[in-house]
Write a protein that binds this ligand. Structure first.
Ligand SMILES: [Zn+2]
Length: 332
């Protein structure tokens, strides 16, 4: 499962029509030869730029008002993700897709989808793929725009998890079980992830690893890897992931260590609760995007081709993580 795009050529064959014509030109015979070669990109293993764009534009639209926890805007985002899970046969892990919690004066909810593993033993072990879908809402206006749309932070990561859920549901090839979690209240101090990591720990979830997606909307320049992994030296995740992928997908970013990004996103709560590899994949490198927490963090500034490419290229590594007989990824 290395290549994600498979082209099939279907030779539809020769279709020959011998036409009997009217009396007028009965001495002629029309022969039409039709040769159809259909090139099909299998929809179940390629990430379409159009579908990435559509999701991103919805999640980062002004209509969602910056997806602040506890608002109607984020409620719409949650409804959109739930409908997508349902349509793609991703089941709720709990009674509904929503895992609710109280934060300050409001109610937040994480959205959780579940894809059970297909191996009777390995399915008891879980991998969590996550991203926060909340953002900061309304900010001080710049050029009459006061909506912080949060396209890169983190509609982009949310789209990645949705696309991955769709692909895993189609592949039906994961031996371990997968939870797809979209976190709320990240922007209020990683509250959604704190809540659900404690809840899952109290339920004795056998967590193998957690992989989080943050700010993957703009590519890094001049790197020999596609994305970086926070907490790079905390585990062998990047090393094993690249080995599984047979490609340099994940690397080290010095600034990620300098600013301790490992502790600054939703992966951290899972590390704290479970003491297993729990890290974030990102392509925000502090030089490639100037609209962090800015009202101009808009969908049109995202590089859709880069996003689709990255999402597609992490699939083989993630799939392999769900399928190795032993838990090969470990904390250092
Ligand atoms: Zn973020």
């Amino acid at each position: 499962m290395r290549k994600n795009i498979i082209k099939i050529s279907v030779f539809a064959g020769l279709i020959t029509f011998g036409a009997c014509n009217s009396a007028k030109n009965s001495n002629s015979e029309n022969v039409i030869i039709s040769e159809n070669i259909i090139n099909t990109t299998l929809p179940d293993i390629a990430i379409s730029e159009a579908s990435v764009k559509e999701k991103l534009e919805f999640l980062a639209s002004d209509d969602l008002r910056g997806r602040q926890t506890g608002t109607e805007g984020i409620n719409k985002a949650a409804g959109y993700i739930e409908a997508f899970f349902k349509k793609n046969n991703i089941k709720p892990y709990y009674e509904t897709y929503r895992d609710s919690f109280e934060v300050s004066d409001r109610t937040g909810f994480n959205v959780i989808g579940f894809m059970e593993g297909n191996d009777p033993e390995l399915k008891k072990e879980f991998i969590i793929l996550g991203a926060h879908y909340d953002h900061i809402g309304i900010e001080k206006a710049v050029d009459n725009d006061s909506i912080a749309n949060g396209a890169n932070d983190n509609a982009a990561g949310t789209v990645a998890v949705m696309e991955l859920a769709e692909q895993f549901a189609k592949l039906k090839a994961n031996k371990r079980s997968i939870l797809f979690i979209l976190f709320s209240a990240e922007e209020m101090g990683l509250q959604g992830a704190k809540h659900i990591s404690k809840r899952l720990k109290s339920e004795d979830l056998d967590l193998y690893a957690m992989v989080n997606f943050e700010m993957i909307g703009v590519p890094m320049q001049g790197k020999d890897h596609l994305a970086y992994l926070t907490g790079y030296e905390n585990s062998n995740l990047a090393e094993k992931f690249n080995e599984y992928s047979e490609a340099e997908i994940l690397g080290f970013l010095p600034q990620a260590k300098e600013y301790n990004l490992f502790k600054r996103s939703d992966n951290y709560s899972f590390y704290q609760e479970f003491k297993v590899p729990a890290q974030t994949i990102s392509t925000f490198d502090f030089t490639n995007y100037e609209y962090y927490h800015h009202v101009s963090d808009e969908a049109e500034k995202m590089d859709i081709a880069h996003m689709a490419d990255l999402i597609e290229k992490v699939i083989p590594g993630l799939l392999k993580m769900t399928n190795t007989s032993e838990k090969e990824i470990k904390l250092n």
